[in-house]
Design a binder for this molecule. Structure first.
Ligand code: ZN
Length: 511
């Protein structure tokens, strides 16, 4: 799920037009975190530890009424600070007192508290709002909130939070979440984590969800409608909560035949990535028109189109792999998207291997050999693809081939130690590609700079394929060889390839 963001000049300017610092030295917080791709996402001057999101939603009219309470800590002396939010706000309070507020740019909500916030102090920020989210368009016509025939769904990368709660909207600031939504009786609410309770009164039912582990704002999700719920525990004892819209038509059975494999697949992935980091797992399939998926934390969002050609365990594996690579260990900056997508894609190679539908090596060889050196595919650097190519095929395919090249360079024993050790060491945190490199070098005892430069940061086809050095295959896959090679000399297409490609083209369309 993605939408290109056009950075608004107006919002960048507001930094410089800010009121002069007061005599006490209190300053406005920055209106962005300076992300290399999305400079105005997130805000400076504070960190959030918790979001309490309390909503009332009427599916018939798409009216959303909310009060979000944010627990934050000032990281500088603040005269003013921003939240990111797209909906219409009626009141803001900071530490109990009414605050003044203004809006600018696509999602900037500028809040001036009655009393400035000293560095290190705690702030409780309460924002009240009411809007019709599906009518709110930002970034040149984008809305993250999608109505369905019986409700609504919000899930989107890199931005979606702004259509249902105010936040510090950047993965580098993660927090715990309580989400509580009041809907007319007969409707259900799906969100992240564990359903802690439902209560009904006077025709309305409240659903309360809790995610007790740090969660990035874009990984929070909400689905409202009429669902069939399936609850179970995995063989290892983890609670599973899956939900299927009652309105999936002929995709319903294939959706279940895929998403009901969640427990099995999360246990299988634990063998590669270590203990599952969260206290619940599952997914939902809403009655949208979508053919995409998003790795929303503990509760993956699947579009019904993913199951139009039968079951699709590849997409379930991919999104569950993100629970370790992306959700538990999150990006510090969007340019490092390979840390999410390269590894989620590589988990599909491992699943293919497990299913005897082609080994990871065969898939990597095939991707390398089937794309000639002049294919624009090779001009995208998976390690820094650029905002416009953040979710292009190269980030996934070349990104996964890079991981096979790493496996060959360090050997299986060390490779699988890295694959499991990294999400264990960095659990619930944030990371960058250079930090991953340092970790892989520490575990392997090898310098990996040249290898990662070749596969992640060079805008051309690597001269040698992803093969163990010195093998005969290395020679036959050299680029000089592919010019004169006949069709028949290409490696055979792995059995899993078509399904993997389907999953990833789906990602390209939505991410
Ligand atoms: Zn992905």
């Amino acid at each position: 799920m993605r939408k290109r963001l056009i950075v608004s000049a107006a919002s960048a300017l507001s930094l410089f037009l800010a009121v002069p610092a007061s005599a006490s030295g209190f300053q406005p917080g920055a209106d962005g975190l300076g992300d290399p791709y999305y400079p105005t996402l997130g805000n400076g001057g504070y960190r959030v530890s918790h979001y309490d999101i309390r909503l009332k939603y009427q599916p018939a009219t798409d009216e959303l009424e909310g009060t979000t309470t944010i627990l934050a800590t000032a990281t500088q002396d603040l005269s003013r600070f921003n939240l990111d939010f797209a909906l219409n706000v009626s009141e803001v309070r900071v530490n109990g007192r009414i605050a003044t507020f203004a809006t600018s740019g696509d999602q900037e909500l500028e809040i001036t508290p009655a009393r400035p916030l000293a560095k290190g102090s705690q702030a409780t920020v309460v924002v009240r709002y009411k809007d019709v989210p599906s009518t709110v368009q930002k970034y040149g016509g984008y809305t993250a909130w999608r109505r369905t025939p019986d409700g609504a769904v919000v899930a989107g990368e890199p931005v979606s939070a702004g259509w249902w709660f105010p936040s510090n909207d950047h993965p580098s600031d993660k927090a715990t979440f309580d989400v509580s939504v009041l809907v007319p009786d007969g409707n259900q609410v799906i969100s992240n984590g564990v359903l802690t309770g439902t209560t009904s009164q006077a025709g309305w039912t409240r659903y309360s969800w809790r995610e007790n582990k740090p969660q990035a704002t874009y990984l929070a999700t909400l689905a409202i409608g009429k669902f069939d719920v399936s609850q179970d525990t995995t063989a290892s004892g983890l609670p599973v909560y899956n939900a299927y819209s009652k309105d999936l038509g002929e995709n319903a059975a294939a959706a279940r035949a895929s998403v009901e494999r969640t427990g099995e697949l999360v246990d299988w992935l634990s063998g590669y990535f270590g203990e599952y980091p969260f206290s619940s797992v599952g997914g939902y399939v809403a009655n949208t028109q979508s053919s995409g998926a998003l790795e929303t934390q503990t509760r993956v969002s699947y579009g019904p189109g993913l199951f139009a050609r039968g079951s699709n365990t590849q997409v379930v594996v991919h999104e569950l792999a993100h629970q370790w690579y992306g959700d538990s260990v999150s990006l510090s900056r969007w340019s490092d998207i390979w840390l999410n997508e390269g590894f989620a894609e590589y988990s599909q190679f491992l699943w293919s291997e497990h299913e005897n539908e082609g080994t990871a090596q065969e898939l990597a060889d095939y991707i390398y050999a089937s794309r000639p050196a002049d294919d624009p595919f090779w001009t995208v650097k998976p390690g820094d693809p650029g905002e416009e190519n953040q979710f292009s095929g190269a980030v996934y395919y070349r990104g996964a081939v890079a991981i096979q090249a790493l496996r060959n360079a360090v050997g299986d024993e060390k490779f699988f130690r890295i694959l499991k050790g990294w999400p264990t060491e960095r659990r619930y945190g944030n990371a960058t590609i250079p930090e991953f490199q340092a970790y892989a070098e520490k575990v392997s005892g090898q310098k990996l700079g040249d290898l990662l430069n070749t596969w992640l940061f060079t805008p051309s086809k690597p001269a040698v394929g992803p093969v163990p050095p010195g093998t005969a295959a290395a020679a036959s896959l050299a680029p000089g060889a592919d010019a004169g090679r006949a069709e028949g000399q290409l490696p055979a297409e792995p059995k899993s390839w078509k399904k993997i490609q389907e999953t990833s083209s789906v990602h390209e369309a939505r991410h």
